[in-house]
Design a protein around this ligand. Structure first.
Ligand code: NAD
Length: 256
């Protein structure tokens, strides 16, 4: 019960990594608030949590600051405190034209940054407003290996990379600035993880054949639970002296 008595908002909790984090947080005793743009998906995940009675689904579009502010206030009003924010919601911008910088569309650039970076700013802004008077709190941000290292032609989505790199800078700035206020902020950079978001990669024979090289530890995709385990640690009191860390969960992708 590493997260007993903690109240945690998890964004993007209706699928993939966010859903695994919600389940493991619930298993560890946290009250989990499952934010997702898709309320039905969040409700379905709630029912799979160890303690569904202390899991609350909420429909929130994290690209809408008004919705994020209102939802944060509702959580604080309901539970009287907020211990953890895990920023997971995000995704690829390929559908809007993200790609290598010479061909990335303007729409692809702006929408990808909106989804993966501006959303993190909104969620952190209002969560930290709630955490400051408590003088404690923990923020976890899900970035990507592509926020740390460039990708070749199989992973050339430059707006996505920029959004994930900036999310690391934002988190480390938060870590440095709010440390005297007892607020911790850490980043997880996953490699390729088997979720609905990575369907394209999972179905791509070329990428599959490169896994032994990209993620040599298993020569396979990681599982959402691999990321969730790291998030439990960073959110828990076991990490009370850890802030500003960038933890890769990537099967060795960035070790070389
Ligand atoms: P996923 O597509 O399985 O889940 C994303 C969830 O976010 C969905 O439930 C979706 O409804 C929700 N969402 C999307 N837009 C939203 C919005 N505007 N407001 C609220 N919720 C919204 O994806 P995933 O693979 O679990 O990815 C989660 C995070 O992990 C993303 O930030 C992604 O960039 C990052 N990541 C994923 C991988 C991977 O290989 N899957 C690798 C590195 C980083």
């Amino acid at each position: 019960m590493q997260l007993k008595d903690k109240v945690a908002i998890i964004t993007g909790a209706g699928s993939g990594i966010g859903a695994a984090i919600a389940r493991q947080f619930s298993q560890e005793g946290a009250t989990v608030v499952l934010w997702d743009i898709d309320l039905n998906a969040a409700e379905e995940i709630r029912q799979t949590c160890s303690f569904p009675l202390t899991a609350v689904p909420m429909q929130v579009d994290v690209t809408r600051p008004d919705q994020v502010e209102e939802a944060t206030l509702r959580v604080v009003h309901q539970f009287q405190h907020l211990d953890v924010l895990v920023n997971v919601a995000g995704g690829s911008g390929r559908r809007w034209g993200d790609g290598p910088v010479d061909s990335c569309s303007l729409e692809g650039w702006h929408k990808t940054l909106d989804l993966n970076l501006n959303s993190v700013f909104y969620c952190c802004k209002f969560a930290i407003q709630a955490m400051l008077p408590q003088r404690k709190g923990a923020v976890v941000v899900i970035s990507s290996v592509l926020g740390l290292v460039g990708g070749d032609e199989d992973f050339a989505t430059h707006a996505y990379a920029a959004s994930k790199g900036a999310a690391i800078s934002l988190t480390r700035s938060i870590a440095a600035y709010y440390a005297p206020h007892g607020i911790r902020a850490n980043v997880i950079c996953p490699g390729l993880i088997a979720t609905p978001m990575s369907q394209r990669a999972q179905q791509n024979q070329n990428i599959r054949s490169r896994l032994a090289d990209l993620q040599p530890l298993t020569a396979d995709f990681g599982q959402p639970e691999d990321v969730a385990g790291a998030a439990v640690f960073l959110a828990s009191d076991a990490a009370r002296f850890v802030t500003g860390a960038v933890l890769t969960v990537d099967g060795g992708w960035t070790a070389r």
